[in-house]
Each structure stands twice: as structure tokens, then as C-alpha cells.
Design a binder for this molecule. Structure first.
Ligand code: DLL
Length: 436
């Protein structure tokens, strides 16, 4: 099933023709309407005329999150405020947020791109969709809300938190679609299992806003009895609706007629060959209020241009492997939280909950990995416990090349999250930093 079949299955050569036409248009539009881009493009000597092929995008300088922050709140908008129908902001917790705006046309396009990913995941107009993202400046809730409404599903805007009430409504309303972060879905599943509830009608989960390991996905599917799909986006580009998995679950289809992706080397800024792994960079091709040229997402992934089994020709991005700025440097070793997840994958007796604590002791960095047990009885069996901790330590060592202290903790003792998870506690330096 498709939402806009003609676009979703378009021949690549036609799609690329459309992208080039739109790219030339948006460069011209930014040059004429956004002082920030006028300056940048002028300095780089780029006008629409210079863009003759899609590869010529490389003449355009990158845009970073700092550029947007420095233009807080509305200086990068391309239209006067009376044309702006809504604003949202990034989910960052420190400093000024990055503020983004939408015209009525942008909101309409946003709803279509979200409807596409929902239909690709299996949503239909017969569904009852419970939105458990927090409503507000975060793009997750309202983004999914209007996309699902547009496709004709019945939307239940519960927002985040109040887990008991979420579950009551889920049963009473016969909710069939759950929309949340994977972390919250994991928690909901735990509570539902504890309560012994087995009469839910959940069918499909549309999870996004953060990454999710294979183990976490399996556990969510088991406890909630649904088919879990991943969708991706960021407020600077539009919010959710940038890409999402179809039922084949072999990559997230990017809505390429609106968002042009590239993969670059994070360190050098060089564009990578097709199929190589690196940082995703996105250019918006059609946005009116807040167009962005070559936005550096910091998310690490790769692109697959082969036609998918579902028939969609839209390029597929691999599940996000981590963020280049999530990288911790511990004793000079680069560590990504996703590496820890892969070390824990498939180990018995432990659940999917973990926390990384980084400290500086006597001028040396230390890493402690706290891992939650599924069964508290193991805490009494010292030799088994030690064996398990050693096994995890060895796995971590072989993946990271680093010695970590492994602490096995009681079931349900680590924090649970209603929104995006925060699993890293960096206690080095004067300002302890916690990141997701
Ligand atoms: O998280 C938009 C969104 C909401 C997407 C709901 C999907 C569903 P921001 O708050 O601006 O926007 O955060 C964007 O979150 O650069 C990624 O690092 C991360 N992220 C979002 N979705 C995924 C995902 C929304 N499916 C940042 N997998 C992005 C991995 C994700 N990371």
C-alpha cells in the first residue's frame, strides 16, 4: 500500500530530474529570501545557474545546528511571520533551542510525508492511533498527528506519561497503532506484562525519535504483541516524515522528492561514494518557511538505492548507527553507545536496560556499564553473577578495546523514559553532562 504511489515508485531518472529542478529552485529561493544564505552562497560563488547536475550540490556550503542557533529565533525564516502558520523547536535541553517554522503549504506537505511513512508501515484508515509522544514544541506528536489524520486514521492524542491511563485507554478504545519512542514502548510493555493484560488490540508500532537495538525491538514486539517499525527525522528538516520503514523493514525510505540526502565523512566533510557509511546531510527541496541547504545531521548511516521489495524506489537509509557527536572519548578510545548495545545483544539473563557512567578518577577516565538483570534471584548466586559480568566485560573489551567495569543491577532499578532515553552519564569535568 502506498500513499502517493506515483512519487513513491517513480523511476529513478525521473526522480533525479525532479530533484535537480527543485534544487535549482531552492538555491535561488534561499539566495533571495534568507539573508544568511544570501551571504553564504555569495561568498561561495553559488547561484542556481551553477547547479547543472545533482553533484553540483557540492558547491554549496554546509549548514550546521550552530548556524541555526546563531540565528535564533526567526532569522533563517524565508517568509514574513504572517505567513508562518506554526513553529516548533528541537528537543535539546541545554541552551537556546533551534526554532523552525512552517507555512500552511509546509504543514500540508509535512502531513503527506508522514502519511507516506505511516501507510508504508501498515497504517490504514481503520486504525485507532494512540500518540504517546509529548505534545508541544517537539515535532514528534503533532507531526504524526496530522499525518495520521490525513490518511484517515482515528487519532487519540494522549501525549506522554500517565502510563496507567495510557493502558486503560488502549484497552477501552481498542487502540491498534502505538506511536512513541522505543524507550517508552519498552516501558509500556513491561507494565502491561506486570499487570497481566493480554487483551490489547495493538497491531503496529510506529516508533522513532531515537534509535532502537534489535533486542529492544524484539522485546517490544513480544510484550505489546505488535509489528514494530522505525521512523526517523529531525526538527531542523521537518520532524518525523523524513524517512520510515515499510513492512519489509530493510531500511528507512527517505521522502527524496522533498529531502535530498547525501553521505559525507564527518571529519573531512568529503562526500562519500554511494553505499558508504558516514554522516547524513539533508537539503530540503520544497520547504517555504524554513528551507535548509546541506544540513549536517550528525547521524551516521548509509544509503541503498536499489528498488525495495515493496516496490518503492525511494532510497533506503540504514537504521541510524549513532551520532557523531554522541561519541565518547574514553582513555583516547572512541566509544559509541550503539557499540555497547551490540555487545549486550543476545546475552542471557540481562534485559535491554543499561546505563553508561563515565568518570575521571586520578586524571584517568573510567567507564562503568550498569546492566539490568531480568531475574533478581541471580543476585544471590555470586559465582554465576561473576561469570556473567566477566563474560560481558570480555565482549565489551573485544568490541571497544577498552576495559570497563560491569555492574549487574536489580531488575527494574535503572531509570525508565517517557520520551527519548538518556543512557549516558558523563561525570567528567566541572559540568556533568548527560546525553542520549
Ligand atoms: O526526534 C523527530 C522525530 C520525532 C522523528 C518522532 C521520528 C519520530 P529532534 O527532536 O530534532 O526530532 O531530534 C532529531 O533524533 O538527528 C537523531 O539523532 C534522533 N532520531 C530521530 N529519529 C530517530 C530514529 C525528532 N528513528 C534527532 N533512529 C536525530 C535513530 C533518531 N535516531
Amino acid at each position: 500500500m502506498y500513499w502517493q504511489k506515483d512519487i513513491e515508485t517513480m523511476k529513478r531518472s525521473d526522480l533525479e530530474r525532479l530533484q535537480l529542478e527543485r534544487l535549482r529552485y531552492i538555491v535561488d529561493y534561499c539566495y533571495n529570501n534568507v539573508p544568511f544564505y544570501h551571504e553564504r552562497l555569495k561568498k561561495a560563488g553559488v547561484t542556481a545557474d551553477k547547479i547543472k547536475t545533482l553533484k553540483d550540490i557540492e558547491y554549496i556550503p554546509y549548514t550546521t545546528k550552530d548556524d541555526i542557533r546563531e540565528n535564533y529565533p526567526f532569522n533563517m525564516f524565508a517568509v514574513p511571520m504572517r505567513k508562518v502558520a506554526r513553529v516548533h523547536a528541537s528537543s535539546g535541553t541545554t541552551g537556546k533551542p533551534t526554532v523552525v517554522g512552517y507555512t500552511k503549504n509546509d504543514l500540508d506537505m509535512w502531513a503527506d510525508t508522514v502519511a507516506r511513512i505511516c501507510v508504508a508501515a501498515g497504517a490504514t484508515e481503520d486504525d485507532i492511533a494512540q500518540i504517546s509522544f509529548g505534545y508541544g514544541l517537539f515535532t514528534g506528536a503533532l507531526g504524526l498527528h496530522y499525518g495520521l489524520e490525513k490518511l484517515g486514521a482515528c487519532v487519540v492524542p494522549v501525549s506522554s506519561g500517565n502510563t496507567q491511563k495510557q493502558i486503560m485507554l488502549m484497552r477501552d478504545f481498542g487502540t491498534t497503532l502505538l506511536i512513541s519512542t522505543p524507550s517508552y514502548a519498552l516501558y509500556l510493555g513491561e507494565v502491561i506484562k506486570e499487570m497481566g493484560i493480554d487483551d490489547l488490540k495493538l497491531r503496529v508500532g510506529l516508533f522513532g525519535g531515537e534509535g532502537c537495538s534489535k533486542d529492544i525491538r524484539e522485546q517490544i514486539e513480544k510484550t505489546l504483541g505488535l509489528f514494530a517499525t522505525d521512523n526517523y527525522g529531525m526538527s531542523e528538516i521537518i520532524g518525523p516524515g523524513v524517512s520510515g520503514e515499510c513492512q519489509q523493514r530493510c531500511g528507512l525510505h527517505i521522502n527524496e522528492d522533498h529531502f535530498l540526502p547525501e553521505i559525507i565523512d564527518s571529519e573531512t566533510g568529503q562526500v562519500k561514494e554511494r553505499g558508504e557509511c558516514g554522516e547524513l546531510v539533508v537539503t530540503t527541496l520544497t520547504k517555504e518557511a524554513f528551507p535548509v541547504l546541506r544540513y549536517r545531521t550528525r547521524d551516521i548511516t548509509k544509503l541503498d538505492y536499489d528498488t525495495c521489495k515493496c516496490g518503492r524506489t525511494l532510497v533506503r537509509m540504514a537504521k541510524v548507527m549513532g551520532r557523531s557527536d554522541d561519541m565518547l572519548i574514553i582513555k583516547g578510545v572512541n566509544v559509541f553507545p550503539s557499540q555497547i548495545e551490540s555487545a549486550l545483544e543476545g546475552v542471557s539473563h540481562i534485559g535491554p536496560h543499561y546505563q553508561l557512567v563515565v568518570r575521571r578518577v586520578n586524571a584517568r577516565d573510567t567507564l562503568e556499564v550498569k546492566v539490568e538483570l531480568v531475574d533478581g534471584e541471580l543476585l544471590e548466586k555470586f559465582s554465576e553473577l561473576e561469570q556473567l559480568a566477566n563474560m560481558i566485560r570480555n565482549r565489551l573489551h573485544s568490541i571497544l578495546g577498552l576495559d570497563a567495569k560491569v555492574t549487574l543491577v536489580e531488575p527494574k532499578s535503572l531509570e525508565r523514559f517517557e520520551g527519548k532515553a538518556k543512557r549516558v552519564l558523563d561525570l567528567r569535568g566541572e559540568n556533568p553532562k548527560s546525553e542520549c
